[in-house]
Design a protein around this ligand. Structure first.
Ligand code: TYM
Length: 339
């Protein structure tokens, strides 16, 4: 059996992150960590979704730079580019092509229900563009193009995954089996990491207050301080209780990074106060960031290597996604190109 055939038999994973801000521990614990742990069991494709990123205004030079930063960070976090396909969405024309077709198989009412659209249109009320509205269709195209079995994401993407499944099912019913209907993979812990400054809202890279999130590239002292200053309640004991959201969030971050069960973390701090817990968590975070930052620096400096990864990824993604687009074009009745 050839190498290619062997890989093709593994179930397929597809996932992506928008290079629209800094890569932070919310992304890591919600998505990247699962990518790293599942990459050898699955045939994986990991994207940088730059086409999604322009649904809000981006500085072009920064967007370009961030794409290279993100590829280097994917690798520094443990994605093995020999094993997985890493690519940039805009390098693969099939995404826009399939998205158009799926636009015609998605209802306005479905898009109107998307909570992320509602949140984002509040945040960007001067730029509620059509792309922001149809964004979940492009995401469905990303996934369905590669016949993905599993999509590892944080909890905030669950609704988009449900819509993807709905669109796939609808198309399959109309034209016969065309798309694999994908399953979401939402990690047991880390699915929803909250802001360090307002633990009732999600940690977000676009938060104007950088104290609310920890970027994977934060200066280590800064990261320590962000944990120290994280908003908690005024109680004295360390306990895991959802009604104390600030502390519960910090315990989940501790658990997500170290893998120590929540009960063990809590019992370690029995009779101790928040200060000691926060100091230790600061060290946990720093010990986690340090090796990633060291690897990142080495990879980021080598533009040739990064370009090699991106080019190889694009070739593979173009080849694989074409098959689905051809199948879909044929099914909907487009005349095949005359060769
Ligand atoms: P994005 O770029 O907002 O986030 C990337 C991934 O990180 C997860 N995430 C979080 N997880 C836990 N806690 C948080 N605070 C947190 N913030 C972000 C997200 O759930 C996501 O898994 N639409 C997607 C990108 C996308 C995509 C795709 C994902 C486009 N096409 C196809 C999967 C498959 C997004 O905006 O993620």
């Amino acid at each position: 059996m050839t190498e290619e055939k062997k890989t093709e038999q593994k179930p397929i994973i597809l996932s992506g992150i928008q290079p629209s801000g800094e890569l932070m521990i919310g992304h890591y614990l919600g998505a990247l960590k699962s990518w790293v742990s599942l990459q050898y069991e699955y045939d994986c494709l990991f994207m940088l979704v730059d086409m999604h990123a322009i649904t809000v205004r981006q500085n072009p030079a920064e967007l370009r730079k961030r794409c290279y930063d993100f590829v280097a960070l994917y690798v520094a976090c443990g994605i093995d580019p020999e094993e997985s396909t890493i690519f940039i969405q805009s390098h693969v024309p099939s995404h826009a092509e399939l998205a158009w077709v799926l636009n015609c198989y998605t209802y306005m009412g479905e898009l109107n229900r998307m909570t992320q659209f509602k949140d984002k249109s509040k945040k960007h009320h001067t730029n509620i563009n059509a792309g922001l509205f149809t964004y979940p269709i492009l995401m469905a195209a990303d996934i369905l193009l590669y016949q993905a079995d599993l999509v590892p994401v944080g909890a905030d993407q669950k609704q988009h995954l449900e819509l993807t499944r709905e669109i796939a099912g609808r198309f399959n019913e109309a034209y016969g089996e065309t798309f694999k209907v994908p399953e979401p993979y939402i990690p047991p812990s880390g699915a929803r990491i909250m802001s360090l400054q307002d633990p009732t809202s999600k940690m977000s890279k676009s938060d104007p207050n950088p104290k609310s999130y920890i970027s994977l590239l934060d200066n280590l002292d800064e990261a320590r301080n962000k944990i120290k200053r994280a908003v908690t309640d005024s109680e004295a004991t360390v306990a895991y209780d959802e009604s104390r959201p600030g502390l519960a969030n910090l315990i989940r971050i501790y658990n997500g990074i170290t893998g120590e069960p929540i009960e063990e973390i809590v019992s370690k701090y029995e009779g101790k106060g928040y200060a000691e817990f926060k100091t230790d968590l600061g060290e946990v975070v720093v010990d986690f960031l340090r090796p990633i930052q060291e690897k990142y620096k080495a990879i980021r400096e080598d533009k040739k290597v990064l370009e090699g990864i991106i080019q190889k990824g694009a070739e593979e993604a173009i080849k694989r996604s074409r098959r689905t687009v051809s199948k879909v074009y044929k099914k909907v009745g487009f005349v095949p190109p005359i060769r």
